[in-house]
Design a protein around this ligand. Structure first.
Ligand code: HEC
Length: 173
């Protein structure tokens, strides 16, 4: 009897330790994106640069695509699919003219990053996200995840890039 209760105490401790331990993939405990439960990964702002892009039209932004170490290794090796643990981040800012820079150039030619618009993440976990090509999707504006329905549109639109493991961005030399 004593032995059983000792074991159940040990089990309870193990369970609570697991419950409170940080997420195994190194993500922080901030609010999660509703569908895929992707959280804002710790330290993503310091990740390596994969490429940059500019979207005109309504978005009119300038963006940086960053990857964690697993992502960058995957890109450099060029073996698809990307390994589990890959996280690719897309950061975007308003695309704004810089008066200060234009003065220096003596003409209107300089555009820089203005206020941030949103951050998107694609997280590779081939088992957990097997229904969506192994990728979990999330978007955050001011640290807040998108509402319930919206992340569902992500995978469908990334489908045309299936041959590159659903990733559009090519590693910029
Ligand atoms: C209308 C189609 C469309 C939708 C919807 C869409 N994406 Fe994308 N996404 C793209 C295209 C095209 C690119 C590459 C061009 C660019 O960077 O602007 C891209 C780039 C990305 C990248 C950089 C890696 C890559 O594939 O190049 C991430 C991360 C990303 N999207 C995440 C998301 C998330 C998360 C959602 C849902 C909240 C989402 N996307 C919804 C079309 C889409």
């Amino acid at each position: 009897m004593k032995r059983i209760s000792f074991l159940s105490v040990v089990a309870a401790i193990v369970v609570s330790l697991l419950a409170f331990s940080p997420h195994l993939s190194g993500q922080t405990d901030e609010k999660a994106s509703p569908n895929y439960e992707v959280k804002i990964p710790a330290g993503y702002r310091d990740w390596k640069l994969i490429s940059v892009a500019h979207e005109a039209g309504n978005l009119n932004d300038i963006r940086a695509i960053l990857g964690n170490n697993v992502a960058v290794k995957g890109y450099r090796k060029g073996n698809l699919p990307f390994p589990d643990g890959t996280i690719i981040a897309r950061l975007a800012w308003k695309y704004v003219p810089s008066e200060e820079n234009n003065k220096v150039f003596a003409r209107e030619q300089s555009f820089v990053a203005g206020s941030p618009t949103n951050v998107q993440f694609m997280v590779k976990d081939s088992k957990r996200y097997s229904a969506t090509g192994g990728w979990g999707f999330a978007q955050f504006t001011n640290g807040k995840p998108l509402n319930e329905a919206e992340p569902k549109t992500c995978f469908a639109c990334h489908e045309p890039a299936r041959a590159r493991d659903f990733i559009f961005t090519v590693y910029a030399p």
